[in-house]
Design a protein around this ligand. Structure first.
Ligand SMILES: [Fe+2]
Length: 232
């Protein structure tokens, strides 16, 4: 059983709040016609403050009231994949409280608050999405250690960097694309990097946390992700 670490809230400068405001305004204008319908449903439910950085405890409470999940602190520990999935098993979504410096507005190699709240948390308010998160978590923890990397890759190329087809258009699905002005635009501009989504492909993709990717898997509607994970 993991315990929730309730670290004191980091204090933010006005520059940090300004980075948040700029990131939200810029990314909303970039993805407004691109992000899939389901994302906007979650975004509506999340009710993010677009002017001030979120307070983790408040957002945790909101998420708990919506879907029974809480936020946990990831900032003090480097989470290995197994620890990450143990948090998820307990219905705790680990988030950092770090916000990128203004000069990294295009791309941050370290996941920051904007990535967590703008990229992930809208999705995390949707029971249908959480069913898939639960399935991937179960699958990871039930897989023998030597094969777990394949399930971690699967997570990476769907939940973090997946694309999805909706209304005949390829759209950002993964939190890493939705929250990165640079990689979102890069992925939209490079259809030659798209591959049809399959379990085999996504689980053998090469993850690149410190650079843009050279392949993206296009999920054919959320139903395909549900179908692929149905018996996990
Ligand atoms: Fe992430």
């Amino acid at each position: 059983m993991t315990t929730l670490k309730n670290a004191p809230q980091r204090s933010y400068s006005e520059t940090d709040h300004d980075t948040w405001r700029r990131l939200i305004a810029r990314q909303l204008s970039l993805v407004k016609d691109a992000a899939p319908q389901m994302y906007w449903e979650g975004f509506e439910r999340l009710k993010l403050d677009q002017q001030r950085l979120p307070v983790q405890e408040e957002m945790s409470e909101r998420l708990y009231n919506l879907v029974g999940w809480r936020l946990s602190n990831a900032q003090d520990e480097y989470l290995k994949p197994v620890d990450w999935f143990i948090h998820l098993r307990e219905r705790h979504f680990p988030v950092t409280d770090y916000i990128r410096p203004p000069e990294d507005i295009e791309f941050t190699p370290l996941p920051d608050l904007f990535h967590e709240y703008f990229g992930h948390l809208a999705w995390m308010t949707l029971p249908r999405y959480l069913t898939v998160v639960d399935r991937i978590t179960r699958k990871y923890l039930a897989t023998p250690e030597e094969d777990r990397q394949y399930i971690a890759n699967f997570w990476w190329f769907t939940i973090e960097f997946g694309l999805i087809r909706e209304d005949g258009k390829v759209r950002p699905f993964g939190a890493g694309l939705l929250s990165s002005p640079g990689e979102f635009q890069y992925s939209m501009a490079h259809p030659e990097l798209y591959k049809p989504f399959t379990f085999e492909g996504a689980s053998h993709g090469t993850s690149k946390p410190y650079a843009f990717h050279d392949e993206y898997f296009v999920i054919d509607g959320f139903e395909q992700l549900e179908a692929v994970t149905a018996d996990w």
